[in-house]
Design a protein around this ligand. Structure first.
Ligand SMILES: [Ca+2]
Length: 450
């Protein structure tokens, strides 16, 4: 079913020979069996703190040829959102398909806060997929709880290699690098280790359905490139630590390394003959800090403006998702769980209220996606923001902002006084939503035996 809301167009003029090569690869891939076709492999690649204006896919300042190619072979989202402008809440929503408020993770998880991790009684993507016979793995960042009870292994991951905290030293991560429940170091640059573990996992499990979460460290701080080894790292002068001129060149290299990693994963999928039966989704967990770019959006990480949570997102499934397409539908990280369950034909227990909506028809048939109100709660620090189609409001204490993103994507013209009724309606919707999802300490009632 086609419609006017999804605009099909070629984004990049790839040489004809490249298209011919891609076509020949598709033809040579083996035919999946009936059972495999019913159970596609799922790979989610998550960047950390990558901004809307960082990658060249979004006309950004860093050339990322492998993400460009992924986009030219798949579907690019212009209005996809992280659930939060910081790490842990977005990850909690992505893992559970629910607003992070329902699972009690509204802020970044660090040791001293009242929420120490994602309850292992929550229904997560890996738990649901493991129950369905999928082999499951996470390589890279977790950031949903450091104590053993919150470890990814407790959430249905068969394999976990990476770190539990917000960031690790890219080179010297001994002491924060885990293999399952135990600390076990791997030597190397984290971006390369995450990619290497992911490609090894794909090759090892190419004959059965798998769910692979590749949670990159890039482009989160510390700003370290493969060349910045412990030996050659020099003390940073005071005042230079956060200087844009120092960070920018490193940030660029960090993103380029991650881009190569995305390419290596897609190459491995192709080489293993899995492209026709593997769904890959790439997105970022929140917007960029000042060293990166969220252009043309206002704000960035820790902000309720669009730059805080509108992020790059690309879906890839050659032969199933139409190549070189773009969608402007309003979508969010919590939509990923219902989407992959739909693609894998896994039933989520009815008792579990999901807030996300399956994107399956949008991905496969370019169908209309339902309009809905979306909320970005970060109380009490930033208040709550809301999207309703092109309208955006931000409510904090007694301050209200209202923007028409169709005319003002950079959120520069506050329309509260021009459209007071709309502002009040959206403010009331926020109040209702807050009552429904509960406070930051209101954890979800556990579902036993799921
Ligand atoms: Ca992040």
């Amino acid at each position: 079913m086609n419609n006017g809301k999804v605009i099909r167009r070629l984004l990049w003029a790839l040489p004809l020979t490249l298209f011919a090569l891609m076509a020949s690869q598709d033809v040579s891939a083996r035919e999946p069996s009936a059972s495999e076709a019913a159970k596609p492999n799922i790979i989610i690649i998550m960047a950390d703190d990558l901004g809307y204006g960082d990658t060249s896919v979004y006309n950004g300042w860093v050339k990322t040829p492998r993400l460009e190619r992924m986009a030219s072979e798949g579907l690019t989202f212009t209005d996809f959102h992280a659930n939060s402008s910081v790490c842990s809440p977005t990850r909690a929503a992505f893992m559970t398909g629910r607003y992070q408020q329902r699972v009690g993770i509204v802020d970044v998880i660090v040791g001293h806060r009242d929420t120490h991790g994602l309850s292992p009684e929550e229904l997560t993507i890996p738990r649901l997929m493991k129950q369905d016979g999928y082999k499951t793995a996470l390589f890279g960042k977790w950031h949903l709880g450091e104590p053993t009870e919150f470890n990814p292994i407790r959430h249905g991951f068969d394999e976990f290699i990476g770190y539990l905290i917000g960031a690790a030293d890219y080179h010297n991560h001994r002491g924060s690098w885990y293999d399952g429940l135990e600390k076990k170091d791997q030597q190397g640059y984290t971006t390369h280790l995450i990619t290497g573990n992911a490609t090894r996992f794909i090759e090892e499990h190419k004959s059965r359905p798998f769910f692979l979460l590749v949670a990159h460290e890039a482009v989160h701080l510390p700003f370290q490139t493969p060349a910045d080894t412990v030996e050659n790292r020099k003390p940073i002068p005071k005042g230079k630590l956060w200087s844009r001129e120092r960070i920018r060149p490193k940030y660029k290299i960090m993103l380029e390394e991650m881009d190569k990693g995305v390419g290596a994963i897609l190459d491995t999928v192709n080489r293993c003959g899995l492209a026709e039966n593997t769904f890959v989704f790439f997105f970022s967990d929140n917007g960029a800090i000042g060293a990166g770019s969220n252009q043309p959006l206002r704000g960035g990480k820790f902000s309720h403006y669009e730059g805080g949570h509108r992020v790059p997102a690309i879906a890839w499934w050659p032969g199933t998702i139409t190549a070189g397409t773009v969608t402007n539908e309003l979508t969010m990280a919590m939509d990923i769980l219902p989407t992959v369950m739909d693609l894998a034909n896994i039933r989520v227990p009815k008792e579990r209220r999901l807030d996300g909506t399956s994107m399956k028809d949008l991905l496969l048939d370019r169908a209309d996606f339902p309009d809905r109100q979306l909320f970005f709660g970060y109380e009490p620090k930033l208040g709550t923001a809301m999207r309703d189609r092109n309208w955006k409001t931000i409510v904090s204490s007694n301050h209200v902002e209202l923007y028409d993103l169709d005319k003002d994507i950079s959120e520069t013209n506050n329309l509260v006084e021009k459209h007071p009724e709309r502002a009040n309606e959206m403010k009331e919707a926020i109040s209702q939503w807050k009552k429904e999802v509960g406070s930051r300490t209101n954890r979800a009632a556990p579902l036993r035996g799921q």
